[in-house]
Design a protein. Structure first.
Ligand code: ADP
Ligand code: MG
Length: 224
């Protein structure tokens, strides 16, 4: 479950302003976020993930007010509970596919990297068609393959919240649906909430609700 109350956010530079009075996404809900470029969709995902904190207001995830946690606690909470697929993927170029997928286990000491985790990583890679590329370095992958590695890395900890920025942006129709199938399967299996930013109107009918970012953008206009 994600609940946002009276959120206000500004970057240190520039005049972008985000104001969300109330937004609630239920556990297990599948929500797509659409809206014009620059309206703050990525910013919102980063706030929900606790990568950035709001100037004021609250962000609550599974009963935990993530916006009130200290830095290192917030980071560990994110890695253990939230699967994030960034718009730019953020793979580590000097690691191979398997190690990129297993990265959450290396950066959060509360997660145990055991045989089960490695097998899970391989199964996930198979499910999105990159099972034969586990030993390949990230910088030797196509954009679509990089994206699928990022999806596997987000799923490997069995998160209860999945945040995905443009999940199908670089993919052809077959791989688009494969990636979505993996995301939705994982969400089903773990009763996870799924929030995806997308420009792709072909995939909107796979979601239960579509939030149009224009409503928040309108607030920003009137507040400035
Ligand atoms: P979207 O994902 O909807 O395209 P973003 O959330 O990336 O939009 O950006 C929203 C606005 O915030 C844009 O105007 C962008 O230029 C601005 N912005 C993004 N990152 C920063 C930053 N680090 N500092 C200042 N402004 C930023
Ligand atoms: Mg964006």
């Amino acid at each position: 479950m994600v609940e946002i109350k009276s959120l206000q956010f500004r970057y240190d530079e520039g005049d972008f302003f985000l104001k969300i009075d109330h937004l609630k996404v239920a556990q297990r809900e599948r929500v797509a976020i659409v809206g014009p470029s620059g309206s703050g969709k990525t910013t919102l995902l980063n706030l929900i993930a606790g990568i950035m904190i709001p100037r004021s207001g609250q962000i609550v995830i599974n009963e935990v007010e993530i916006s009130a946690l200290h830095d290192s606690v917030r980071r560990d909470f994110r890695i253990a509970n939230i699967g994030l697929v960034f718009q730019e993927f953020e793979l580590l170029e000097y690691l191979n596919v398997l190690d990129n997928i297993l990265l959450p286990f290396r950066i959060n000491r509360t997660l145990r990297l055991n045989r089960e985790a490695r097998e899970h990583a391989a199964v996930l890679a198979d499910s999105v068609g990159i099972g034969n590329k586990l030993a390949r370095y990230a910088n030797h992958l196509s954009q679509g393959e990089r994206q699928r590695v990022a999806v596997c890395r987000a799923l490997v900890v069995n998160p209860t919240l999945l945040l995905v920025d443009e999940p199908t942006g670089n993919l052809d129709a077959v791989n688009k649906h494969r990636v979505l199938d993996s995301l939705f399967d994982c969400a089903n299996k773990h009763d996870a909430t799924l929030i995806a930013v997308t420009h792709d109107h072909d995939i909107l009918d796979r979601f239960q609700r579509v939030i149009d970012f224009k409503q928040f953008y309108a607030h920003a206009d009137s507040a400035s």
